[in-house]
Design a protein around this ligand. Structure first.
Ligand code: ZN
Length: 190
């Protein structure tokens, strides 16, 4: 459940970090590094708390509404970890949906983003998982999710293009069928 301590294998992580340090030629016994394996293990518990969390519980509490106007929640900040390099990628997620009689508390959308960001991810999958979770839990007429992120594996190494952002979009239901609706969303989050 969200908020509970993840059952990661701390010892394994600590051992791995020690090997990693040795691998880059470090002295694991020097003062600055002695506590590092333990610190990294505890940090991983936090970073990957979404592994065991489900989005369903955050999206299960819904409220009835009369009008089915588009709901937009933009600029939800997120931090995730890319599964190809185990480096951070971070940025903003924008979500819009067209209710079908029911809406969810706005903070719950941010919680949902947190759940899927708290895993080893690729941005495309994270974007799709958020859209699918909203679709499944809320049964809206449509949902669209856009993520814009900077990937440290791109900006800190390799091609080194600081500030470059990767944009991914996942559209479901009416947003998938209606280009005008999609355009309206893109205008709103620009
Ligand atoms: Zn990467």
């Amino acid at each position: 459940m969200w908020g509970e301590i993840l059952m990661v294998n701390r010892e394994k992580i600590e051992e791995a970090v020690r090997l990693l340090l040795e691998g880059i030629g470090e002295d694991t016994e020097r003062e600055g590094l002695r506590e590092t394996p333990g610190r990294v293990a505890r940090m991983y518990e936090e970073l990957f708390a979404g592994m065991e969390a489900g989005a369903g519980e955050h999206l299960s509490k819904t409220f009835a509404v009369d009008s089915n106007e588009m709901v937009v929640e933009k600029d939800i900040t997120f931090y995730s970890t890319c599964e190809h390099h185990m480096m951070p990628f971070f940025g903003k997620v924008h979500i819009a949906y067209i209710p079908d009689g029911r809406v969810v508390g706005l903070s719950k959308l941010a919680r949902t983003v947190e759940v899927f960001a708290g895993r080893l991810q690729i941005q495309e999958r994270m974007t799709a998982q958020i859209a699918d979770a909203v679709m499944e839990s809320l049964n809206p007429r449509g949902v669209i999710v856009m993520a814009e992120a900077e990937h440290m594996c791109m900006t800190m190494r390799g091609v080194k293009k600081p500030g470059s952002r990767t944009i991914t979009v996942a559209a479901r239901g009416e947003f998938e069928r209606d280009e005008k609706l999609k355009d309206r969303f893109l205008m709103l989050v620009k």
